[in-house]
Write a protein that binds this ligand. Structure first.
Ligand code: SF4
Length: 306
């Protein structure tokens, strides 16, 4: 069996992260996403190999003792972590031992958020991050290729129900694949849905690792255009990759204020969107207290007072 606990690694979106893999031997997922960085594999409803709960708890506690200065303890899987049948029991057992200042985070595909037992487990996390690549049936099915009994309608209702009871920070990840889920009506439907629920941040991205199937990335400009649909929300775009060209546009103080009023910009993204002169203007606006820095789920954003 491979390691259950890995890291710590630096995650740009969440800080120094210690990872826990609830399916360390092989992929077990109820989706078979086109863009998955793991191998393509038929979606399954349940885990067939289940990690021993005591071994899992002991491994995590031991690693936490060795790494008390991390920012987040990230629960993930080679696949979908909510398929692990003892997620609640696991979280309940480790929670008292998570050092002060360390947030617990789960990365899920959101497919089981409507189930009561899963909701009880998710409520034990400080941050819950879920994926939403399609809010229209045809896009959802093409990108995420879920297990046949998973219906988009139920998935959305489940996320909405969970958002109503959850007191922690809810983050959505939207991943866009060229020609598959980049249609404007799909983007608008996703944005409309996310506006309805109490979302803390949206991580918007595209394919950036070798995918399981044929799936192409969209360019940065298109991603930035898509981000406009999420106005009013904290939208985090990917940090620049080698093959992504920067936009580096020039803005006046007034225009950059208007831009940020519509969509707060993460400190990491600003050097991609704006040229040097505009970045200096932003610094001035910060000094003049016309712009502010706000930390949203471990990431800093330029924002106006709301
Ligand atoms: S939900 Fe995650 S693990 Fe499962 S297929 Fe999609 S990308 Fe891969």
């Amino acid at each position: 069996m491979k390691n259950i606990v890995f890291g710590p690694v630096i995650s740009r979106r969440f800080g120094l992260s210690l990872g826990v893999d609830l399916s360390p031997s092989f992929k077990q997922c109820n989706f078979d996403c086109l863009y998955c960085e793991l191998e393509g594999k038929k979606a399954q409803a349940k885990m067939t190999e289940i990690l021993d709960l005591q071994i899992l708890i002991e491994s995590v506690l031991q690693s936490l003792r060795k790494n008390p200065k991390i920012d987040v303890l990230t629960i993930t899987a080679n696949g979908e972590p909510t398929l692990y049948p003892y997620l609640f029991e696991f979280m309940e057992a480790i929670k008292p031992y998570v050092p002060k200042g360390v947030s617990t985070l789960i990365l899920s595909n959101g497919s089981r958020f409507g189930e009561e037992k899963i909701q009880r487990a998710l409520c034990l996390f400080d941050i819950v991050k879920f994926s939403l690549d399609g809010a229209l049936e045809k896009n959802f099915l093409r990108v995420d290729r879920p297990y046949r009994e998973i219906l988009l309608e139920n998935l959305l209702r489940g996320i909405e129900d969970f958002a109503r009871i959850y007191k922690g920070k809810l983050v959505a990840e939207v991943l866009i694949v060229e020609g598959v889920n980049d249609a404007i009506e799909n983007i608008k439907s996703i944005a409309k849905f996310l506006k309805r629920i109490a979302i803390s941040r949206v991580d918007l991205g595209t394919v950036d690792r070798p995918p399981a199937y044929k799936a192409a990335a969209i360019d940065y400009q298109k991603l930035a255009d898509i981000a406009k649909e999420f106005d009013g929300m904290y939208v985090n775009l990917p940090h620049r990759k080698k093959d992504m060209s920067a936009i580096g546009a020039a803005y006046s103080a007034e225009d950059v204020m208007e831009f940020i009023a519509r969509r707060p910009v993460s400190v990491l993204e600003a050097p991609i969107l704006f040229d040097k002169k505009t970045l200096n203007i932003i610094e001035e606006l910060l000094k003049e207290k016309k712009l502010f820095l706000k930390k949203v789920v471990n990431l800093e954003f330029y924002t106006i007072k709301r």
